[in-house]
Design a protein around this ligand. Structure first.
Ligand code: AMP
Length: 211
């Protein structure tokens, strides 16, 4: 099965996507994670992407489309979950062409949404393990030992773009560029809306039903 999860930053695409992908044995292709790895490794794509990411803007389409195509092709056999791609209509069109070229299709496109207040709270309090990437939240799911990951004892950090000023930019970019995807996908077969404003396990149960 191949899935797309889309929605605003902080809605839980990463957390819920990782969980469902693990349960179903699909590859979790998170565009933001791929870009952060490219920045860390100082690849050509990473060098191009860094300034955009730090400012909360979208990385140019050509860069992300090339990166995701490589991953989709590599992971097509067991199915994949796209998280954070596409993020605008140009990317959605490029994805459609790419899928056709590789004789693949998307089975479900799930739009996750939550009130903006929840998104800002979730993003501001988010902590991530530098070693294993696992996510915590200062208030809603704090680590057992302050500053350290429960799973691997790695150091927890706050993402540069989870600062309040950058969050405002990311939400603005979402409204202007990503929200129009709703029009693009909502009449296509396999489209569902998921209310992701509730508690994590309840949202997951609803997601499982859709998948
Ligand atoms: P995320 O981890 O999904 O919140 O993404 C972090 C940042 O990576 C975004 O704010 C963008 O700068 C960049 N990014 C992620 N996905 C895309 C995409 N599909 N197109 C362009 N930029 C992206």
């Amino acid at each position: 099965m191949n899935l797309i999860l889309f929605g605003p930053p902080g809605v839980g695409k990463g957390t819920q996507g990782e969980r469902i992908a693990t349960d179903k044995g699909m590859a979790h292709l998170a565009m933001g994670d791929l870009l952060r790895a490219a920045v860390r490794d100082k690849t050509d794509a990473g060098i191009k992407a860094k300034g955009f990411m730090d400012a909360g803007k979208l990385v140019p389409d050509m860069v992300v489309v090339a990166m995701i195509e490589e991953k989709i092709v590599a992971d097509a056999e067991d199915g994949f979950l796209l998280d954070g791609f596409p993020r605008n209509v140009t990317q959605a069109e490029a994805l459609a062409v790419m899928l056709k070229k590789h004789d693949l299709k998307i089975d479900r496109t799930i739009f996750m949404d939550a009130p903006e207040e929840n998104l800002i709270n979730r993003l501001c309090g988010r902590l991530i393990c530098r070693a294993c990437g696992f996510g915590f939240h200062r208030q809603y799911s704090p680590p057992l030992k302050s500053g350290l990951c429960d799973r691997c004892d790695g150091e927890l950090y706050q993402r540069e773009d989870d600062r309040e000023d950058v969050i405002a930019n990311r939400l603005q970019v979402y409204r202007e560029q990503t929200a129009p995807l709703l029009n693009y996908y909502q009449h296509q077969e396999g489209f569902f809306k998921l209310d992701a404003g509730g508690e994590m396990d309840a949202v997951y149960a609803a997601l499982q039903k859709l998948v």
